[in-house]
Each structure stands twice: as C-alpha cells, then as structure tokens.
Design a protein around this ligand. Structure first.
Ligand SMILES: Nc1ncnc2c1ncn2[C@@H]1O[C@H](COP(=O)(O)OP(=O)(O)OP(=O)(O)O)[C@@H](O)[C@H]1O
Ligand SMILES: [Mg+2]
Length: 262
C-alpha cells in the first residue's frame, strides 16, 4: 500500500484537483484507492460526491487514532457507487471542519503520528492519497509523517515557485529534525498555459530548481476540469478531447507513482 500526500504551502494551486485526477486514473485502472481528506474544507470529499455524515470523518478518527479508527469512517465514493463497483474500488475518509483542531502550527510530537496510527489496520488498497490543507500545520505534518511520498503541487507563477521552494525546504527540514522519513518528493506542475511567455519562463525556472523531481507530464489549465469537478465526475468519464488529454496525463502520473513503488 503506497501512501502519497498531495501538498503545497500555497493555497489554490490544485492540490485537491490533483488528488481527484489521480483518483480518477486509479478508478479507471482498477487500482484500489483510498482518498484521505485532511483539509477541513473537504473539497476532495465534495469532488468525490460524498457528504460527510456526522461523526464519520477524518477529524474524529485523528482525535482518537486507535487501530481501525480510520477504517470505521471510510465510505465508498459516489464515483465508484455509480459504476456499481465493490467497496475499496475508490473510497474516501471524508474531511470536515472537525479536523481543524490540528490545523495549527503548534503541535506535540505525539500529534505527528496520529494519521499513521489511524491508518494502521487499513488494508485492501494499493494506493492512499492524502489531500492536505495549504498550511504548514500539524495536519500537514501528520500527512508527511504517514507518507511514502509527497507530491508538491506548483503553478508556473512567481509566487507559486516561491511557495514550492518553501514546501520543499519544509519537507527536507521535517526529515532532518524528526525520526519520520519522507523517502521521496515530487513536484507536479499544474495550470500550465504554454502560450504564456511568463508560464514558459517559470516552467524553465521550476526545471532548474527541482530538475529530476519534476513529475511528467505537466497539467494544462483547462476549464473542462472545473466543469467535471462541478458535476462531481471523474475526469476519465468526462466527454471531449480536453478531458481525454487531461485523463491521459493523470494516467501517466499514476503509472509513474506505481512504477516507482514497485
Ligand atoms: N489545471 C486546471 N485547469 C483549470 N482549473 C483548475 C486546474 N487546476 C485546478 N483548477 C481550479 O482551480 C481552483 C483551485 O483548485 P483546487 O481547489 O484543486 O486547489 P487547492 O490547492 O486544493 O486549494 P486549497 O489550497 O484551497 O485547498 C478550483 O476551482 C479548480 O477547479
Ligand atoms: Mg484543496
């Protein structure tokens, strides 16, 4: 079971969108996947067509992270239900405002193991995707501590390049200062407009800064994605050439993740 956090210390760059895109690719490829929605805004949960039921959310599981705590809050995504698939095809541990008590910069060391402990006993998935909030909070650190890999989402813009540097530095410092190991990190570049001179310049800059850590392919800025998300549909099921292009890119990113884990 590979655990991948989708993270960035900058808001709105596409963390939840990338989580949903990879989840969509996994559903299409038949890779049993669990999405853990750590963001108190719960956008990934909404995108998967799930309404968190009272008391059945990640916040509660993290509050008392006993063995099996997370498994008890997991529900099937509407994407999988619509396709008549069995449990564990694509499930979600729903997010809610209840996890916000850990969305703060102060934390005790024992807080960092909360997700890892809550995930103990979870089985039957090949991939766990953790959608993180945009803050360097205890929540984000619990995700890093539990993960085999962190995917940092970046946009080709000045502020996002700076945010990506901050995120990668924070991950490196996290590794050095703790007994938690985050074996690898990658940078997914999102919302790319190749026609923009500024975007081409920032893409080159990201390449110089992060070289082999850049995940291929990059993801274009396409309004069709917002339409699919608005309908809570997987991008692999959305009609049209643009959705097909995006789907192919997410399938390639998923394959890269699975190959590296093998
Ligand atoms: N490649 C893309 N093309 C078009 N729209 C996109 C793309 N990626 C993301 N978006 C849109 O950008 C907005 C922000 O994306 P998203 O919510 O995934 O970012 P986030 O990093 O998770 O934000 P937050 O920090 O608030 O959690 C959403 O409206 C989403 O639909
Ligand atoms: Mg988000």
């Amino acid at each position: 079971m590979q655990i991948v956090s989708v993270s960035s210390l900058k808001g709105g760059v596409g963390k939840s969108s990338v989580t949903l895109g990879i989840a969509s690719a996994a559903l299409r490829a038949g890779v049993p996947t669990l999405v853990v929605d750590l963001d108190p805004h719960a956008d990934a949960t909404t995108g998967l067509g799930v309404q968190p039921a009272r008391g059945h959310d990640v916040g509660g599981a993290l509050r008392r992270p006993r063995r099996g705590a997370l498994e008890r809050v997991v529900v099937a995504s509407a994407w999988a239900v619509r396709e008549g698939l069995d449990a564990k095809a694509l499930d979600v541990a729903p997010g809610s405002a209840r996890s916000s008590y850990l969305d703060r910069s102060e934390y005790r060391d024992k807080d960092l193991g909360r997700l890892e402990r809550a995930l103990a006993g979870v089985s039957g998935y090949d991939l766990v995707l953790v959608d993180c909030p945009p803050t360097l909070s205890a929540l984000t650190r619990t995700a890093w501590a539990a993960s085999d890999k962190v995917l940092c989402v970046a946009e080709p813009s000045l502020f996002s390049v700076a945010g990506t540097k901050r995120t990668m530095t924070a991950i490196a410092q996290f590794e050095q200062s703790r007994s938690w190991a985050v074996p690898s990190a990658g940078v997914v570049v999102n919302k790319v407009r190749h026609a923009s001179v500024e975007h081409r310049h920032r893409l080159q800059e990201l390449g110089e800064l992060f070289g082999p850590l850049l995940v291929s392919p990059v993801l274009p800025d396409l309004p069709v994605w917002q339409q699919a998300q608005g309908a809570a549909w997987p991008i692999h099921r959305w009609p049209g050439a643009e959705a097909k292009d995006l789907s192919g890119r997410f399938t390639a990113i998923l394959q890269g993740l699975l190959e590296r884990a093998a």
